[in-house]
Each structure stands twice: as C-alpha cells, then as structure tokens.
Design a protein around this ligand. Structure first.
Ligand code: ADP
Ligand code: MG
Length: 286
C-alpha cells in the first residue's frame, strides 16, 4: 500500500498546478541532482516577434515574403507562428509542393516553382548555400531564406525570457541542484538567455539527437536528471530522464503524454516547488 504522505504530496502539487503521474516521481524530484531545461517555451515564452527583415540586393520583399509565409503556414513550430503573425496580412494563396520539415533546421519546399529554404544557418550549410557568416553572432534568432540555391536574406525574431525564470534557477541552485540549458537555437542567443537566467551550464546548436546524448552524458557523470521541455522534439529526452517534465500550457501533446510530471501554467518556478514538495513528502513518509 502507498503511504499516506504521498497522497498529501500529490494533492499539494496538483493544487499548485503540478501534476505528478505517479508517487515515485515525488521521490525522484526530492533527490534530483540535475535539472536540464529546454530554452524555447520553457525558460522563454516561446512567443517570438519579428524584429527586422533584411534582404540581399536584388531580392524584393513583395515577392519573397509571401513565399516564406506560404511555406511556414505548413509548420507548427513557434518560429513559424511568429512569421505567420507578422506576414499574415501579406498572405497570398501560393502553391506549395514537396514541403519538408527538417528537425532542428527549418523547412524546405517548392513555392510557385522556386526551391525555397527557410530556417537557421545550419539549414543553409546543409544545402551548401553561401552567406555572410558575420550575421551569425547577433543575439537574435534568425530565419534565413534561400531561393533556388542563393541566400536571399533573413528575418530576425526575438523571444522573451519568462518573468520567473531567473528566480527559479536561483532557487534550484540554493537547493544544491545543477542547472543546465539545452537548445537547438544558435549559440549567441543561447549565451544571451543563459546569462539572463543564470543557469550553471548552457549548450546551443543542438539537434534533437544531440539533446539525447547530452542528457545521457549528464546522467552518467553527474547523477539523476529531471528534464523540462515543451516541444515534439523534446519527447525523446523527456522519456529517458529520471523525471520527464512537460510545460502543459503551450506544450506539444507528445511532450505532455510522455512526461512524468506536467506543469500546467508553464511557470519555471514550479520546478523548484516540485522539488520542495517532494522533499517535504519524504519527511512525512519516512
Ligand atoms: P529549440 O526548441 O531548442 O529551439 P528546435 O529543434 O525546435 O529547438 O529548433 C531549432 C532551430 O531550428 C530553431 O531555433 C530555428 O532556428 C530552426 N527552425 C525549426 N523549425 C523552424 C521553422 N519552421 N521555420 C524556421 N526555422 C525553424
Ligand atoms: Mg523547444
């Protein structure tokens, strides 16, 4: 039979919007050694806003932007949502063929007969497209565009760090827990966010499979891992962690389904709270 303390712990957590899918995860959180987090949608709001459109000479916004919009209309990624919000008014129904979403890279497809690439610089490198590498260092997420094998320009977008992210990281550190941020976004953005929230370690430019490798390494070298994420891409890491935590508000169904713990209101401060409830429950049980 399950000791009464566990029911108290699960109840206290659920009243605070933290759903534990089993009492054993109270124990896991009580003793957790590393909290590993995704950036976009976990520590940041995951709601990007377009900052600027910078096209190369010879490319025209009126031609190009509706094509970008048409391709992004097929994706549910937060980056795609930002582009659609911004370009939506310019929407023209255009024929999109052979659309392919390449995880951690972006989109490729044929729009009105032209080969379009819309994604990060890694996507451009994958297709051997030349671009000015100086633009890689700006601390903004970049949606680069190539048309028929030629770099056409970029749309810069920015996300906002969640209000309680820094406070959540501080609380975890005070509890003696190692904090790590993993992201598919480029290093300059990752570094900027890492400094703002104060995580002990941060790694960018990671493909979904790189996140899996990182989490396995952390477990092998530094002990138990709670991983917090929100995306479809996060489901594999959520599955392999000692405690997989999903942001439930904006999170993908795959992440929520795979998770052991769901944070309903998406607030990072619920992570140290889950540890606190786990530790308090343990005192009552044992
Ligand atoms: P993360 O959630 O850590 O940012 P993802 O693997 O979801 O990681 O995405 C990594 C990067 O791939 C994004 O930061 C973005 O630059 C690019 N990307 C992914 N999907 C799209 C898309 N639909 N349009 C443009 N860029 C995209
Ligand atoms: Mg994500």
């Amino acid at each position: 039979s399950i000791p009464l303390g566990y029911f108290g712990g699960i109840g206290a957590a659920s009243r605070n919007g933290i759903l534990f899918k089993g009492s054993n995860y109270l124990d896991v959180m009580a003793a957790v050694q590393n909290v590993v987090m995704d950036k976009t949608g976990t520590l940041t709001k995951g709601v990007f806003a377009v900052q600027e459109v910078v096209l190369q000479p010879g490319f025209d916004e009126a031609d190009l932007l509706p094509m970008v919009n048409a391709l992004e209309s097929k994706s549910t990624h937060p980056v795609a949502t930002a582009i659609r919000e911004y370009l939506g008014a310019k929407a023209v129904p255009l024929e999109v063929r052979e659309m392919e979403e390449i995880a951690g890279h972006g989109l490729a497809g044929t729009v009105t007969g032209k080969r379009l690439l819309v994604g990060n610089f890694r996507l451009l490198r994958k297709f051997n497209i030349a671009f000015d590498t100086a633009v890689e260092d700006i601390p903004l997420t970049v949606v680069a565009v190539a048309v028929d094998g030629v770099y056409a320009g970029m749309i810069t977008i920015a996300d906002v760090v969640k209000a309680d992210a820094a406070e959540a990281i501080q609380a975890l550190k005070r509890m003696g827990i190692n904090t790590v941020m993993l992201s598919g976004d480029k290093s300059s953005v990752v570094k900027y966010v890492a400094e703002r929230v104060g995580v002990a370690e941060a790694y960018g430019d990671l493909l979904p499979e790189d996140k899996v490798t990182r989490v396995k390494d952390i477990r092998a070298q530094k002990g138990s891992v709670a991983f917090v994420g929100d995306g479809v891409n996060d489901a594999p890491v959520i599955a392999l962690s000692d405690a997989g935590i999903a942001m439930g508000g904006l999170g993908s169904d795959a992440a929520i389904e795979t998770a052991d713990i769901v944070i309903q209101n998406d607030q990072p401060s619920r992570i140290p709270m889950a540890v606190r409830i786990g530790r308090a429950t343990k005192k009552i049980v044992w």
